[in-house]
Design a protein around this ligand. Structure first.
Ligand code: PEP
Ligand code: CO
Length: 471
């Protein structure tokens, strides 16, 4: 049984979300100043009607399971690791790139399980991370020898990156293509996990060559070596104990997430399901609202306040405590555990001032949230040559200061959110493998924000585990 959005059936058991329906955001779409606009209304109706009849990408059962795990993390009994590309692209839907992302998230999670001594839930920024918010709706450039202003590139779910009027016009057909590529990605992920991909004992899974870097201080080197040795011992011990492989004894789960920027896409797959009340957004387990679209009176908050999925919301250093409480109460009016994830992205320079008052206000007001740290989006810099990058040291510093702030406030840091890839890219500078400014042009593959590469990601997991253990 799936009912079409826009025509909510009356169900006395449904949680009462006042004046909400899956398409109630449509009346607000002009209030907040939309990021992009579709011009071909007929094509939009055709694409969303098709999406609404295609099978869901995830199930309500999985969504509820994730919600339970987020509730555990809120109590400090679990940790959440969320990560993946800034923007997935349709052409990047390839087996190696998907496998490498799973591999690095899996390895980071093991380092964290070991260091934090608690279970870790892995959530990929994948299988739908195709829509990107932009600071400006248009950008200038050159087309056919003339300077023109065209719509910005909003990700492969909305338009195309080439700087031509045709490519940059929002294309509703991409909604269906995005769905199809998300389904292909998810299908491959599910098969890999079912087929034993998570056998952690293959030595090729662990590339610790960054330990050989001459610049690495002897102290850090000894620390990493010790952690990876005890980790390997722990895995061997568990295997001997049960005479079985890790993937047999503890099923390795991955959840999906993406920024829910394109509400037409989310709406088309938002349904009721049998034997449950309320509406589920079945494009992903965990949609989140970006920093640029989290206006309380805007369409995104309106849409996400009504669905049953857990929801993330990014918060930057400018948000005030009182605004945050109103945002929390709008998105989670019943203070339901596991429902709301606040992803703080303050910047290393701001976090020590901006985060503690928010932690204090939310604690004092008794709101149940999961505090996450995104140490990427407040730390963007440009090199002298104009290349967008982030420094490993700033990312680490924001994490350390976040850990300190939670310690001082007596609250839990329940998870982290990274932009990363399993490939050997050179997009962020620093880390033991020694990516310098001059290396950035060697393998800069992101169409959007710079990501941590494999070694930088693994190293950060070691450092985070150390910082949380120590502090
Ligand atoms: C992102 O996560 O890619 C992003 C744009 O983040 P934010 O909304 O925090 O700027
Ligand atoms: Co980004």
């Amino acid at each position: 049984m799936t009912d079409r959005p826009g025509n909510p059936p009356q169900d006395a058991r449904a949680p009462t979300t006042e004046n909400w329906s899956p398409d109630s955001w449509l009346r607000l779409s002009s209030v907040a100043g939309s990021q992009y606009a579709y011009t071909d209304e007929t094509a939009l109706v055709r694409a969303t009607a098709r999406l609404a009849e295609l099978p869901p990408l995830v199930t309500s059962w999985e969504i509820e399971k994730l919600k339970d795990q987020i509730a555990q993390a809120q109590q400090g009994r679990r940790f959440i690791l969320q990560g993946g590309d800034c923007a997935e692209t349709l052409t990047d839907c390839r087996p190696d790139s998907i496998t490498n992302k799973l591999k690095i998230l899996l390895q980071m999670s093991l380092v964290l399980i070991h260091g934090l001594r608690m279970p870790v839930t892995r959530i990929g920024r994948f299988a739908g991370q195709y829509a990107k918010p932009r600071s400006s709706p248009t950008e200038p450039g050159e087309f056919n020898g003339a300077r023109v202003e065209l719509p910005s590139y909003f990700g492969d779910l909305i338009n195309r990156a080439d700087f031509t009027p045709d490519a940059r016009t929002p294309d509703p057909g991409l909604l269906v293509q995005g769905y199809q590529h998300a389904a292909l990605t998810l299908n491959f992920i599910r098969s890999l996990l079912d087929g034993g991909f998570a056998d952690l004992h293959h030595p090729e899974y662990w590339d610790l060559s960054f330990l050989q870097n001459a610049d690495l201080s002897p102290k850090r080197k000894a620390q990493y070596e010790h952690m990876s040795r005890t980790l390997a011992d722990g895995l061997a011990f568990m295997e001997n104990l049960g005479e079985q492989k890790i993937e047999d004894s503890t099923r390795v789960d991955f959840y999906t997430s993406h920024e829910g920027l394109n509400l037409h896409y989310e709406l088309a797959q938002t349904r009721r399901v049998p034997r449950r009340s309320g509406w589920y957004d079945l494009t992903t387990h965990l949609p989140w609202i970006g920093e640029r679209t989290r206006r309380i009176d805007g369409p995104h908050v309106e849409f996400f306040r009504g669905i049953r999925n857990p929801v993330g919301v990014k918060i930057g250093p400018k948000i005030a405590g009182e605004e945050l409480i109103r945002l929390i109460d709008t998105l989670n009016p019943h203070n339901e555990p596991g429902k709301l994830m606040l992803i703080a992205r303050m910047g290393a320079g701001r976090v020590a001032d901006a985060l503690p008052p928010l932690l204090e206000t939310v604690r004092r007001e008794g709101r149940t949230v999961l505090w996450m740290s995104d140490p990427m989006h407040g730390n963007g810099i440009k090199t002298g040559a104009g290349i967008k990058t982030r420094s490993f040291d700033d990312i680490l510093l924001e994490l350390e200061r976040t850990v300190d702030a939670h310690k001082a406030e007596g609250t839990h840091l329940g998870g982290v959110h990274f932009e990363l890839t399993g490939e050997d890219v050179t997009e962020c500078i620093g880390g033991a493998a020694g990516v310098g400014e001059d290396d950035l042009t060697r393998n800069y593959a992101s169409p959007c924000d710079p990501r941590l590469n494999y070694q930088q990601s693994l190293e950060l997991a070691f450092l985070l585990a150390g910082a949380m253990g120590r502090r």
